[in-house]
Design a protein around this ligand. Structure first.
Ligand SMILES: Cc1cc2nc3c(=O)[nH]c(=O)nc-3n(C[C@H](O)[C@H](O)[C@H](O)COP(=O)(O)OP(=O)(O)OC[C@H]3O[C@@H](n4cnc5c(N)ncnc54)[C@H](O)[C@@H]3O)c2cc1C
Length: 282
């Protein structure tokens, strides 16, 4: 199918983008890498009247680390993040997740901001942002604001972004010496969206695990924290953690798997990921 007709405008600045987005009664959309947006237009799942191309806005594609915080510009391509020394050293969870996102051609164009803004429930980066307790900077008609990851993902493809907002930066704490991270997903073929996946971050020392954060994706409308399993891991019991997933997660049946299969896979993923977090007694 072809998309419904739309107008196109290239924003010169953030303020210009916000102004353009305000002129079409909520029917304007930000265009970043286009890897998800253009597909939804071609399938006529959306029919905006204007695309506001933000690719020409300077300064939105840097990756920096200051004061133990990593800031990733929204226009950073997946491929640039994949090759970034800062991400490799300071955000190892993202470094593990990046190769699972689509294929190289998609990662060459797709942006970090686009993945977070699109908020596909089966996408890797939203779950990483939640596992890392990151946050998102947003510029809109009423100025700038920062939203915690836990408050950003609202519902299915629904975020804290308003119709005139532009996501500018994602921020995550830089890696700590005692931090351990783990990532795993099941997909039918490498590069497909995941049937289910898990992004995890913990603090590990001689006394065990603290600050355990398990963010599952592909099991609900948004990334889902498995809070009972987190508590069980912190208490030192892998068996209890796997059992707790039955209460933590309520995945619906979908075209890939039944909810029951996904719950089973959640436990398998937890065991795989836990091996990256700590040496568990077998
Ligand atoms: C075949 C295929 C396989 C894929 N597999 C995966 C996968 O396994 N995992 C995965 O996570 N993704 C996958 N993707 C999606 C890919 O990662 C996209 O790049 C990403 O979801 C969107 O990024 P984008 O820059 O292309 O955004 P766009 O497509 O340009 O935009 C997506 C949405 O976000 C909005 N948006 C974009 N940037 C901003 C911003 N800065 N501020 C406000 N709103 C914004 C747009 O208005 C639009 O609604 C796949 C895509 C394809 C085509």
């Amino acid at each position: 199918m072809k998309p419904a007709p739309f107008a196109y405008a290239k924003a010169r600045s953030l303020d210009h983008a916000i102004e353009l987005l305000g002129g079409h009664e909520g029917r304007a959309r930000v265009l970043a890498g286009g890897q998800s947006l253009i597909a939804t237009l071609n399938m006529r799942l959306d029919a905006p009247s204007l695309l506001v191309d933000i690719n020409g806005i300077a300064g939105l594609d840097s990756i920096t680390c200051h004061d133990r915080q990593v800031a990733i510009g929204a226009l950073t391509r997946h491929a640039a993040a994949e090759r970034s020394d800062v991400i490799a050293a300071q955000v190892p969870l993202m470094a593990k997740a990046m190769p699972h996102i689509g294929h190289p051609a998609i990662r060459n164009r797709g942006t970090i901001g686009g993945s977070i803004a699109f908020a596909d429930p089966a996408a890797e980066l939203p779950a990483c942002l939640v596992a890392l307790d990151g946050e998102v900077d947003i510029a809109g008609p009423n100025g700038r604001r920062t939203v915690k990851a836990g408050d950003f993902f609202k519902d299915l493809f629904e975020t804290a972004l308003g119709p005139q907002d532009v996501l500018t930066t994602i921020r995550v704490p830089a890696a700590r010496p005692a931090q351990r991270v783990g990532f795993a997903e099941f997909s039918r073929r490498h590069g497909d969206y995941a049937m289910i996946g898990l992004a995890a971050s913990v603090t590990a020392d001689d006394s065990g695990l603290t600050d355990v954060r398990l963010a599952y994706f592909g099991v609900g409308a948004t990334p889902v924290r498995a809070r009972r399993a987190e508590a069980a891991l912190a208490a030192g019991s892998m068996d209890d953690a796997v059992a707790a997933l039955r209460e933590d997660l309520a995945p619906a049946d979908d075209i890939q798997a039944t909810g029951a299969v996904k719950k089973h896979l959640a436990g398998v993923l937890l065991k795989r990921v836990a091996a990256e977090l700590k040496d568990w007694p077998s």
